[in-house]
Design a protein around this ligand. Structure first.
Ligand code: DGL
Length: 260
């Protein structure tokens, strides 16, 4: 019961969530899995994503997981309800529901003009719009940016010209119409610079922080061992660790999982 908190994403994007979990819960051991071999998730259907999520949670249970963090907006918006029902005694925290709560809180401000960006599957699910707009009555722009996560996985992050090109294509027509961007995919915090070049100065809502707060609010049994972090990937470990070095600013040695 005192095992690790287990975090997954399609690739390295969920490391943006791991960072915040680590800050919020420094005594906890963590296991991270990036499903790079099957990324991107954003174009997959719900049935496939639920099946991937189920396999990953079963892998985590072998590590004695005490909580699962779906550090993936796509899994959060397509698989959360089903997997919570399948694993009723395991606390599962997603990124989209905490993001919607945080956005509702910030929507109290005057002149709040939000844009939600995410993968195609997340936008198609309509989950964020339901949670936010139906509750607040505030108009919401929502847009899919399907190439963003693959660009991050290719290392085209920050203000990389290809990322700026994609951001302008997806978003430039909304410049001046929105002032707050909700990053509905955990890869997107790595593209803030490109997004700013497309939209001008804007405020970002990064669901990672709200997700870490939601995780900390669960009543977890205390850890039974000193904290350690293990990383796994289904893809190439060298590629994963070179991106992780940029995101986490440290060297990590992920283990390759040939199958789950
Ligand atoms: N980082 C993921 C998300 O938050 C997945 C992106 C993808 O693989 O398409 O949606």
């Amino acid at each position: 019961m005192g095992g690790p908190i287990c975090i997954f994403d399609s690739g390295v994007g969920g490391l943006t969530v791991l960072q915040k979990i680590r800050r919020e819960m420094p005594d906890e051991s963590l296991v991270y899995f990036g499903d790079t071999a099957r990324a991107p998730y954003g174009g997959k259907d719900a049935k496939t994503l639920i099946s991937h999520g189920r396999e990953i949670i079963n892998f985590f249970l072998k590590h004695d997981a005490k909580m699962i963090i779906m550090a993936c907006g796509t899994s959060s918006s397509t698989s959360y309800d089903t997997l919570c029902a399948e694993f009723p005694s395991l606390p599962i925290v997603d990124t989209i529901r905490p993001a919607a709560e945080e956005t509702l809180r910030q929507a109290q401000a005057d002149n709040f003009r939000p844009l939600f960006i995410a993968t195609q599957a997340t936008i198609n699910s309509g989950l964020f719009s339901r949670l936010f707009s139906d509750e607040s009555g505030t108009e919401l722009h929502a847009r899919a940016c399907p190439l963003f996560a693959p660009l991050v996985e290719a290392g085209h992050i920050g203000g990389h010209p290809t990322a700026v090109f994609a951001a302008k294509n997806y978003l430039a027509d909304l410049r001046g119409k929105v002032n707050t961007v909700i990053l509905g995919c955990t890869h997107y915090p790595l593209l803030k610079l490109a997004i700013t070049q497309a939209l001008g100065e804007i405020t970002f809502i990064d669901p990672a922080e709200a997700t870490a707060r939601a995780a900390a609010a669960k009543n977890l049994p205390p850890p039974t061992a000193p904290p350690k972090i293990s990383y796994y990937t289904s893809g190439a470990p060298e590629k994963f660790s070179s991106l992780a070095r940029i995101i986490l600013n440290e060297n990590i040695a992920p283990k390759k999982l040939a199958s789950l």
